[in-house]
Design a protein around this ligand. Structure first.
Ligand code: NAD
Ligand code: UD1
Length: 349
C-alpha cells in the first residue's frame, strides 16, 4: 500500500513509519515541521535501510495535500498531524481548532477529491473525560474537558458522520492511552522542546540531570500508593497497532473506535522506581498538589483491539523505561556537542 503519514516526522509518526516501511508499504511523510525536524526522515531511512520520502506541508493546505495524494498514488492515510498539549490548548484554543479540526476537514476534502477513503486517525483516551468505570472500553461515554480533548472528539464525530454519509469510507479512530518509550536504536524518540508536560519525559530529564526534581502531582488519590495510575504503552506496540488497523480497514468499511492500551496500570511512584532501576540513577521528587484536570486512574479494556485487529501490547514496563533512557542519553550526548536543537540534529547525521 502507498500510505501518507501526516505528522510523520513527529514522535509517534516516526515509529509508525518504521513499522509500515518494514512491512514493505511505501510511506510518504507529510509534516509542516512545527514540532519536529526534517532529519527524522533520514533516521527512519537509516533504520529501515532505504530512504523515506518526505513532503513538507501543512494539512490545512488542501490543494497541496491533494497534489501529494495524487503524485504518490496514495491508497490510505494515517493522520497523526496536530497539536497535543492540553495546557497550551486552554491558552490557544483557536490554534488547536485550526490545526486539529480545520486541518482534518482539509485532509478529508483532499481525500474525497482524490477518492482516497481509508483513514487511520490518532485519537486519545482523553475523549473518555472523567472515567465512569474501569477498565475503559470503547462504549464508555465520551466528553471533553479542554480544547485539545474537544478537538479530538469533534474529529471523531465528524469521521462518524462521514462514514454514515458514504459507505465507501473505512475509518479507524485509535484511542491511545499513554504512549512512552523509544525505538531500540535510540535514533527516534520523544524529545520535547522546553519543559515536558508528561511524566516519562520529565523523569528521563531528571535522571539525566537536565532537571533537578520531579513534581509528583498528588499522593492522596484513592489508589494503591496515592499517586495517579495510567496505562503506559510502548510506542512500538502502538505503531504496530496502526499497521494492523490499516490491514483491518482493507475489508471493513464504516467507522471504528479502538483503544490502544495494555490494560495494565502503573502509578507515578512505580514509574519512578522502574526508571531508577534501568538508569541506575536516583530520581529526586517532591509531592505537590494535584494537577488540575487529572484523574486518579485511567486504563484500557484492550479486548476490542485484540478481537478486531489481533493486536496486543507485548513490550514490558522495563522496556518502556530502558528505551526512553537510552534515547535520553543519546539526546544529551548530541546536545552537549551542539546546544541548539536544529544544529544538534544536523550533528547527529
Ligand atoms: P508530535 O508533536 O511529536 O507529532 C505531531 C506532528 O504533527 C509534528 O511533527 C508536527 O510538526 C506535525 N504537525 C502539527 N500540526 C501540523 C499541521 N497543521 N500540518 C502538518 N503537520 C503538522 O506528537 P505525537 O506525540 O507524535 O502525537 C501524534 C498524534 O497522536 C497527535 O495527533 C496527538 O494528538 C495524538 N496523541 C498523542 C499522544 C501522546 O501522548 N503523544 C496521546 C494521545 C494522542
Ligand atoms: C496527559 C493529558 C492527556 C493526553 C496525554 C498524552 C492532561 C491533564 N492530560 O495525560 O490529555 O492525552 O497526556 O500522553 O494533561 N505526573 C506527575 N508529574 C509530572 C507529570 C505527570 O506526577 O511532571 C503524573 C500525572 O499527575 C498523572 C501521570 O503522571 O498521574 C501521567 O501524567 P501525563 O504523562 O501527563 O499523562 P496524563 O495525565 O495521563
Amino acid at each position: 500500500m502507498n500510505i501518507l503519514l501526516t505528522g510523520g516526522t513527529g514522535y509517534i509518526g516516526s515509529h509508525v513509519a518504521v513499522v509500515l516501511s518494514e512491512m514493505s508499504h511505501r510511506v510518504v511523510l507529510y509534516d509542516n515541521l512545527s514540532n519536529s525536524v526534517r532529519t527524522v526522515a533520514d533516521r527512519i531511512g537509516e533504520i529501515v535501510g532505504k530512504s523515506c520520502e518526505f513532503v513538507r506541508g501543512d494539512i490545512r493546505d488542501t490543494d497541496f495535500l491533494q497534489k501529494a495524494l495524487r503524485e504518490y498514488e496514495i491508497d490510505a492515510v494515517v493522520h497523526l498531524a496536530g497539536l497535543k498539549a492540553v495546557g497550551e490548548s486552554v491558552d490557544k484554543p483557536i490554534e488547536y481548532y485550526s490545526n486539529n479540526v480545520q486541518g482534518t476537514i482539509s485532509l478529508l476534502e483532499a481525500m474525497k477529491a482524490e477518492d482516497v477513503k481509508r483513514l487511520v486517525f490518532s485519537s486519545s483516551a482523553t475523549v473518555y473525560g472523567q472515567p465512569q468505570y474501569l477498565p475503559i472500553d470503547e462504549s464508555h461515554p465520551t466528553s471533553a474537558t479542554n480544547p485539545y480533548g474537544r478537538s479530538k472528539l469533534h474529529i471523531e464525530e465528524m469521521l462518524g458522520d462521514l462514514a454514515i454519509s458514504d459507505p465507501d469510507w473505512h475509518v479507524a479512530c485509535l484511542r491511545y492511552f499513554n504512549p512512552v518509550g523509544a525505538h531500540e536504536t535510540a535514533l527516534l524518540g520523544e524529545n520535547p522542546s522546553g519543559k515536558p508536560n508528561n511524566l516519562v519525559p520529565f523523569i528521563a530529564q531528571v535522571a539525566s540531570g537536565t532537571r533537578a526534581v520531579l513534581s509528583v502531582f498528588g499522593d492522596d488519590y484513592d489508589t494503591s500508593d496515592g499517586t495517579g495510575l495510567r496505562d503506559y504503552i510502548h510506542v512500538m506496540d502502538l505503531a504496530e497497532g496502526h499497521a494492523l488497523a490499516l490491514q483491518f480497514l482493507v475489508d471493513n468499511a464504516g467507522w471504528h473506535a479502538i483503544n490502544l492500551g495494555t490494560g495494565q496500570a502503573y502509578s507515578v511512584l512505580e514509574m519512578i522506581k522502574s526508571f531508577e532501576h534501568v538508569s541506575g540513577r536516583k530520581i529526586a521528587f517532591e509531592v505537590m498538589p494535584r494537577r488540575s484536570g487529572d484523574v486518579a486512574a485511567c486504563y484500557a479494556d484492550a479486548e476490542k483491539a485484540r478481537n478486531l485487529l489481533g493486536w496486543t501490547a507485548t513490550r514490558t514496563l522495563e522496556n518502556m523505561c530502558s528505551s526512553t533512557w537510552h534515547f535520553q542519553q543519546t539526546v544529551d550526548k548530541y546536545t552537549a556537542q551542539c546546544p541548539k536543537q536544529p544544529e544538534c540534529d544536523k550533528a547527529r547525521r
